[in-house]
Write a protein of this length. Structure first.
Length: 324
């Protein structure tokens, strides 16, 4: 008897191990905050904590979108370029007199269209995710530079530009955006059948197809979510810096992937969560923030990030071998 899609049980990691790993990440983040609070008096100042939350917020949203793709055993290298490109788009629309709400909707729609293009390339053209998203990365940078003629576009809407700098209940508005995205993402990934289908596709796409899952549709959905989240981050970044600049967010795709992997998402697919990438993003933000306060060479920040990725992936491989 063939299983219907609603009968499919997702293969996410064992619940106890997932909870234990999440608590470990939280413990690591708390440990870093305590140590940095002891070694530098400026760490716990309201201004620095606010800056840290703002720094981590956009990476956290990017990492969450990236997680949907990685769970399907894919990768999206274009998210940083989408962010920079969308700062140009929304700045250009606002300069052209488009109302703010219209500019935001159109910018997000462009992100969705880019994600759909990725899905088309992977599903119908048979291109590897690495290739199609790498091509988009380079193309969007070039298109953005053509639109701006290698310059920047200023944003004069003060209401828009003040949003990213504002606080609500003494918490930065950008951090509230993380919560706004994380809650429906948690419901989607962990409480809905669509989330189970994503895990099933990442575990074994052919088995999922034979069980009745629309594998092609789920791949489309994963890349649309990733690009849509990146477009949303582009809107937030444009609000924060008040310009459209195609070269912004350079390398953020690597930060997003690193945050997701540090948060426990398996690069082999079928393993991931919502809370992990968010915590991973703030771990990286804390490391970068602490390094800046301690005047540590920025090259060491990259080395530490790379070592964290190696350790996490190594233990992920051990876990996979033991489960086989």
């Amino acid at each position: 008897m063939t299983a219907t899609p609603t009968e499919i049980v997702a293969p996410p990691p064992r619940r106890k191990m997932n909870i234990l790993f999440g608590l470990t990440l939280i413990g690591l983040l708390i440990f870093l905050w305590i140590v940095l609070g002891l070694v530098t008096p400026s760490f716990w100042t309201p201004l620095n904590i606010s800056n840290l939350l703002r720094q981590g917020a956009m990476t956290a949203i990017l990492a969450l979108g990236q997680t949907f793709v990685i769970i399907t055993a894919g990768i999206d290298l274009s998210v940083g370029a989408i962010v920079g490109f969308c700062t140009v788009i929304i700045a250009w629309l606002l300069q052209a007199g488009v109302p703010l709400w219209g500019a935001i909707v159109l910018t997000l729609a462009i992100g969705v269209a880019i994600g759909a293009f990725h899905g088309f390339g992977i599903v119908h053209m048979g291109l590897p995710p690495f290739i199609i998203t790498l091509a988009t990365l380079t193309s969007l940078r070039g298109i953005g530079l053509l639109i701006t003629n290698g310059s920047t576009i200023s944003i004069t809407d003060e209401g828009f530009s003040n949003f990213a700098r504002a606080d609500f209940l003494s918490i930065p508005s950008l951090f509230w955006m993380v919560i706004l995205v994380a809650v429906p993402s948690f419901i989607f990934l962990h409480l809905s059948r669509w989330g189970r289908y994503l895990f099933a596709v990442g575990s074994n796409a052919e088995a999922a197809r034979l069980s009745g899952v629309n594998v092609k549709g789920m791949i489309y959905l994963a890349y649309i979510l990733s690009a849509g989240f990146a477009a949303f981050v582009g809107v937030l970044l444009a609000s924060r810096i008040a310009i459209g600049n195609a070269t912004q967010a350079d390398g953020w795709e690597l930060q997003a992937i690193a945050s997701s992997v540090i948060g426990g998402t398996s690069l082999f697919g079928a393993v991931g969560s919502v809370h992990g990438p968010l915590i991973g993003a703030f771990i990286l933000a804390t490391i970068n923030n602490g390094a800046n306060l301690l005047n540590v060479n920025s090259f060491w920040q990259r080395i530490i990030t790379g070592l964290l990725i190696i350790v996490i992936v190594f233990f992920d491989q051990l876990r996979r071998r033991r489960s086989n």
